[in-house]
Design a protein around this ligand. Structure first.
Ligand SMILES: [Zn+2]
Length: 89
């Protein structure tokens, strides 16, 4: 998958969810000739399974994940949904 999710507990019943995504590739393919040219890859797609060698390589452009723009999305979630409708009336 192209995203990493992390849960952080902020306070009682409130959770901060962080989703890390790697967007467009910023690798300069023309650095040797003094220009700035990117390959146009717009989303990091791991070339291998998580934990394997290919996981940090983009399947589309073959660049290392570090060349892709890192975007962190944060959400707040409240409580846990397992206790939603379990109270009998
Ligand atoms: Zn690339």
């Amino acid at each position: 998958m192209n995203l990493i999710e992390e849960l952080k507990k902020i306070s009682r019943g409130i959770l901060m969810k962080e989703r890390i995504m790697y967007e467009d590739c910023r690798k300069n393919h023309a650095a040797s000739i003094g220009k700035y040219v990117v390959d146009g890859c717009c989303k990091f797609m791991p070339a291998g399974e998580e934990g394997s060698h290919g996981a940090l390589k983009c399947a589309a452009c073959n660049c290392h994940r570090n060349f892709h723009r890192k975007v962190v999305h944060q959400f707040l979630t409240y409580g846990d949904c397992s206790s939603k409708s379990s109270i009998p009336k």
